[in-house]
Ligand binder design. Structure first.
Ligand code: SF4
Ligand code: SF4
Length: 418
């Protein structure tokens, strides 16, 4: 299972456990075990382990982790204008001692037999020497706690070399490249400090990267300026050998117009058709959003602050890396520091986000998840108050899922005729 799908799957199990414990104050590990086996087709042994761990964690506190984002630095070799880290400083670098404390926190609070660490930034590859020390430490800690550990790294790709690739391949560290499409689109924002584009550099490295990591994922961020070339950008990335995509609009303080969101949705449908054709031809490709069923409700809120935490270079702990990048202190939502202590009680709104639903969301019949906390804060000043833009994006994405479900299950033959 790919890391992204695994994280979603773990989140669904976590939601099931939360739902069960919320609705059954008596809490029976045996009944929970049976429910988990039935719903997620996991073995009796795994289900029992999960049920016992869930019980233990519930007694200890409300916090049971499945994932940690380690922001190794806020420094970056690029100056992407839409980057969510607003206040970069070359001094913001994580020390080994801070990284070790963050890893200890994950291991002590792990509520699952599998956990994931994502290396994040800034540009995390600026800290490759630190990565080489962190990885063996974390694997050792995971072994002591009898936990399986997986890795991911989100990188702009420009610093990759063969030593890094060998190390990643040895420790199965899965890379996700931030690349927005063809040269024109990518270089519009993703430039070096001296103003040079970075597309050719990354494109030139992809054959080498694929020699070490044949299945390669990319995060394609779509800005309003790139709407017209969105489909072309997707196909360009496919042509370069990208297999897995996270396609997302660049949302934040600047808002999208209704027309732009509508066009984004139409482009998504065009990409869906290309995607299905590629699959029919046997091209190895995966886009999670296109594989999910329409109205597949994953619960209110995301994993941030619930089963996942982010640690800043100085050790500050927040529900999510994207929040750490916000300018306003209230937006960053720091709940403590791994070098001193964290106040788990402060995470309560993120543990139980449905209780913070706005009146307009309570009245709404759409099974939406309530938007990204970071985007919400940038747009409305409240992590739990989605803007209208969120509703519109949700609707267009639902339409794509509806079309995807129909084309995948009901009308696949039609795709070849178009
Ligand atoms: S679609 Fe909009 S109003 Fe409806 S629940 Fe989602 S964020 Fe709230
Ligand atoms: S807060 Fe936003 S970026 Fe962070 S996990 Fe939630 S949806 Fe993703």
């Amino acid at each position: 299972m790919e890391n992204q799908s695994k994280a979603a799957w773990l989140e669904q199990i976590a939601e099931k456990i939360r739902e069960y414990t919320r609705n059954n104050p008596g809490y029976s590990p045996r009944v929970l075990k049976e429910n988990l086996m039935k719903e997620f087709f996991i073995s009796a042994g795994e289900a029992e382990k999960l049920a016992i761990m869930a019980g233990r964690e519930l007694n200890l506190s409300q916090l049971g982790l499945a994932a940690l984002e380690l922001n190794l630095t806020f420094n970056c070799n690029l100056t992407c204008s839409y980057c969510f880290i607003h206040q970069k400083s070359p001094q913001d670098r994580m020390t080994l001692a801070t990284a070790q404390k963050a890893i200890d926190l994950l291991m002590e609070r792990a509520a699952f037999p599998h956990v994931n660490i994502t290396l994040f930034g800034g540009e995390p590859l600026l800290e490759f020497n630190l990565i080489k020390k962190i990885v063996p430490y974390a694997l050792d800690a995971a072994k002591k706690h009898n936990i399986a550990l997986t890795w991911a790294i989100t990188t702009n790709g420009t610093l990759i070399n063969e030593d890094i690739l060998k190390f990643f391949s040895q420790y199965k560290i899965n890379m996700l490249l931030s690349i927005d499409g063809g040269p024109e689109t990518h270089d519009r924002y993703r430039r070096t400090r001296s103003g040079e584009g970075t597309w050719h550099k990354i494109a030139g490295l992809i054959p080498l990267i694929k020699a070490y990591q044949p299945w390669l994922g990319a995060r394609m961020t779509v800005s309003t300026e790139a709407i017209d070339t969105m489909r072309e950008d997707f196909n360009q990335l496919v042509g370069m050998g990208i297999n897995q995509f996270i396609i997302a609009p660049a949302q934040g303080a600047a808002s999208w117009s209704m027309e732009e969101i509508e066009q984004y949705g139409l482009n998504q449908l065009a990409i869906l058709r290309d995607y299905l054709k590629l699959k029919q031809k046997g091209y190895p490709i995966f886009i999670e959003e296109f594989e999910k069923g329409e109205n597949e409700y994953t619960g209110w809120g995301c994993r941030a602050g619930r089963t996942s935490l982010a640690v800043a270079p100085n050790g500050d702990v927040s529900p999510c890396s994207k929040l750490l990048g916000l300018t306003e202190e209230a937006g960053r939502y720091i709940v403590g520091n791994v070098n001193s202590e964290i106040n788990v009680q402060l995470l309560e709104p993120f543990q139980n986000p449905i209780s913070r639903r706005q009146p307009y969301c309570r009245k709404c019949s759409r099974p939406c998840t309530g938007g990204c906390y970071a985007v919400n804060f940038e747009q409305t000043g409240d992590h739990f108050a989605p803007s209208e833009e969120n509703c519109l994006f949700w609707v267009v994405c639902q339409e794509t899922k509806r079309a995807s479900g129909m084309l995948r299950t009901g009308c696949v033959a039609c795709v070849g005729r178009r």
